[in-house]
Design a protein around this ligand. Structure first.
Ligand code: ADP
Ligand code: MG
Length: 688
């Protein structure tokens, strides 16, 4: 806005233009040089020949050698898209990786993100029909494409990247691809992986060749703690300051933490200590990276560190192999990861913080040796490394609820699940539990065949349980009319991690405005969204109420997409007829709660003499408590509510105790049998 900065004359304008062009030229030159300096560049031609020669190729290489960013570009340059007639897909297990790599590659190719190069992740599609030739996408999105295009006809090449991560979607994709390869002789499949597991992929694809890209790697000194650390977060923070004050710059630090909450806690204590030390230490730049971090903030990790500063990247295991950050010389690794764990016999799914595998901690250590010799500080003992850590991580397919995938496979016509090709076969109890869940939801009939409702659930871009909630909210006699509200809540539940501005005080303050009015997290989410909507989606309203504006914008987008899907499935029309006769919110709340009971009958806890206990499991449940962040907890603490006999929760998290997050009290017991008749009867019978 500074007027004096405007050019005064034409010649000055020309001068600015020339400078601008120069800068652009330099930038392109640097990108060009960087691309040529990556280890994979030397193997460009042999790689392309191998791809031409074989239908399936396994590419193995050190992280940071250029597999993800370069390989797809080589395929484009070599005309594999046949002048844009076909696309190239590169799958990523993580959303953040898909978006960040797509942005980088668009930059390298000097095109606009979303045109030639795009990305596609759930609820966010940045591609253009007809122009996008290179698409980075989550493995889950490619999986969904099988529903509309069972032979993936629009693709010339598919790169399954980070295959060693062994996500559920990647494993199922590999099985489906194995099935279609004989019918799609022209399709090229490239599986790219870190060194672990490569032979297993080769075996799976009838001895497919393995192409090794040797990387450059400097030695990394490994340090262990002498005793186990009770509080690894504190230990990590202390280590950061030790490195910062004793080791010369440049040399950035990468810390592996398990999730957003831990990263925020670490960031806060780093900032506090740095503030106290003030000018006694050189400046620290703190850059967090995790899945829910708003996109604009993600790129901070890649910004070059100014001289005399040190960057500390606080990352989840996304930085283990998916993202490469240049300039890292020190790695701090507490050796933990947050992992989904599912127990078929109880039907309970929870996120657990568990020790990493040896393969993972070795991979993490390697991140310190890319630019030069590095150091890795492990916050666990050497004994633990050799005696307590598993060799390899456990594939997701062996530790997750399979309902969604089983439903998808059945909708694709896979009838014999035991015969479907998979790298690791799930256990029979896990498969039967999935079938049982789907039957309870009404996605399968008593003969085990997929129902119309089951097909509808597949069409909706959410878990089958949420699909059921939406369907019931639109069609069930005692629920219909509540679809719009339920869609809002479902959309909010997809983003709960970041709706409210962090900090406990902030949260309480925010909710106090609404707390007297609502008695569940579900209604709190609904009220929050609706208030924002009534304020014309205002940014300042969010600021005043300690709500994250960007999160609500994402929720609005998710909401619109769910609405469109429900509309296409005819649910909106059914719902609208009923909603004309219904009025205000008080009327709707029972309808909303009932819809959620129908979708999540397994997620209900009952109040006993010693607190809440989960129901729905055949073999007893577990003791659970309402999470302190829940509005239900706050209402109980402030004696504003009598504890309800039944509570429905969306998630269980195990920290110091087993906690229920996102809770809604169920005011009347009859609703359980009304909404899921057979379910609760059979549970009770088996128990007594
Ligand atoms: P690989 O897939 O083999 O691990 P990548 O293709 O991801 O390797 O990375 C190659 C190089 O590109 C790395 O040096 C990395 O630092 C750089 N790079 C990747 N993404 C970005 C980004 N978003 N910004 C800046 N540099 C990036
Ligand atoms: Mg990669």
């Amino acid at each position: 806005d500074d007027e004096s900065a405007l050019p005064e004359t034409h010649s000055e304008l020309d001068q600015k233009l020339v400078e601008e062009l120069d800068r652009e030229q330099t930038r392109l030159q640097i990108i060009h040089d960087t691309r040529k300096s990556l280890p994979v560049y030397k193997f460009r031609n042999p790689l392309l020949s191998a791809i031409r020669e074989h239908q399936v190729l396994i590419v193995v290489g050190e992280t940071g050698s250029g597999k993800t960013t370069q390989l797809p570009q080589y395929l484009v340059e070599e005309g594999f898209t046949q002048g844009g007639k076909f696309q190239i897909a590169c799958t990523q297990p993580r959303r953040v990786a898909a978006t960040s790599v797509a942005a980088r590659v668009a930059d390298e190719m000097d095109v606009i993100l979303g045109k030639e190069v795009g990305y596609s992740i759930r609820f966010d599609d940045k591609t253009t029909l007809d122009t996008t030739i290179l698409k980075y996408m989550t493995d889950g999105m490619l999986l969904r494409e099988f529903m509309t295009d069972p032979e993936l006809k629009k693709y010339a090449c598919i790169i399954i990247d980070e295959a060693h991560e062994r996500t559920l979607a990647t494993d199922v994709l590999l099985g489906l691809l194995k099935d279609i390869l004989p019918h799609r002789k022209d399709l090229k499949l490239i599986i790219s992986s870190a060194t672990m597991n490569a032979a297993k992929f080769a075996d799976f694809f009838y001895d497919a060749p393995i192409f090794n890209v040797p990387g450059r790697r400097f030695p990394v000194d490994i340090h262990y703690t002498l005793q186990p650390e009770a509080n690894y977060l504190n230990a990590a923070v202390t280590t950061i300051f030790q490195i910062h004050t004793t080791q010369p710059a440049p040399g950035d630090i990468l810390v592996f933490l398990t999730g957003q909450e831990e990263i925020e806690a670490a960031q806060q204590s780093l900032e506090e200590i740095a503030h106290v030390l003030g000018s006694k230490i050189k400046p620290l730049i703190i850059a967090p990276i995790y899945a829910n971090l708003p996109q604009e903030q993600q790129s901070r990790i890649f910004e070059p560190t100014p001289t005399d500063c040190r960057k500390v990247v606080l990352a989840t295991n996304i930085a283990e192999t998916s993202l490469t950050i240049d300039g890292i010389k020190f790695v701090i690794d507490p050796g933990f990861v947050k992992e989904n764990s599912y127990i078929p016999s109880t039907g309970m799914s929870q996120l657990l913080t568990v020790p990493c595998s040896r393969a993972s901690v070795d991979q993490r250590a390697g991140r310190a040796g890319r630019v030069g010799p590095g150091k890795c500080f492990r916050i666990f003992t050497k004994w633990s490394y050799y005696h307590e850590l598993e060799l390899l991580p456990k594939p997701e397919i062996l530790r997750t609820n399979l309902s969604q995938v089983v439903l998808l496979l059945m909708s694709l016509g896979v009838t014999d699940l035991l015969d479907f090709p998979l790298l690791d076969k799930p256990s029979i109890p896990a498969l039967s539990k999935a079938l049982e869940n789907l039957y309870t939801l009404g996605a399968l009939n008593s003969k085990g065949a997929i129902t119309r409702l089951g097909r509808m659930m597949c069409e909706l871009p959410c878990e089958p349980e949420f699909g059921k909630v939406l369907h019931i909210a639109a069609t069930h006699d005692s629920c219909k009319g509540s679809l719009e509200e339920v869609i809002t809540i479902v959309a909010m539940l997809h983003e709960t991690a970041s709706v409210f501005v962090q900090g406990k005080a902030d949260r309480d303050q925010n909710k106090s405005g609404i707390i007297g009015k609502v008695s569940s997290d579900h209604m709190l989410y609904l009220e929050t969204y609706n208030n924002w909507k009534d304020m014309n989606y205002s940014k300042s309203w969010c600021f005043d109420h300690k709500v994250q504006f960007k999160t609500l914008v994402r929720v609005r987008n998710i909401r619109d997409q769910l609405w469109r899907c429900c509309d296409n499935l005819g649910l909106v029309a059914v719902n609208d007829q009923a909603s004309k006769t219904l009025g205000n919110l008080e009327n709707l709340e029972p309808r909303i709660i009932k819809s959620f009971i129908a979708g999540f009958p397994s997620n209900i806890a009952k109040l006993g003499t010693s607190g809440y206990h989960t129901m729905g499991a055949r073999q007893g449940g577990v003791d659970v408590s309402v999470h302190p962040t829940s509005i239900v907890f706050q209402a109980l603490r402030k004696d504003m509510a009598k504890p309800s006999k039944f509570i429905l929760y969306q998630r269980l998290v195990l920290t110091s105790r087993e906690f229920m997050r996102d809770c809604v009290p169920i005011p009347r017991e009859e609703w359980l049998n009304e909404m899921v008749p057979h379910f609760f009867k059979s549970v009770n019978r088996q128990r007594s």
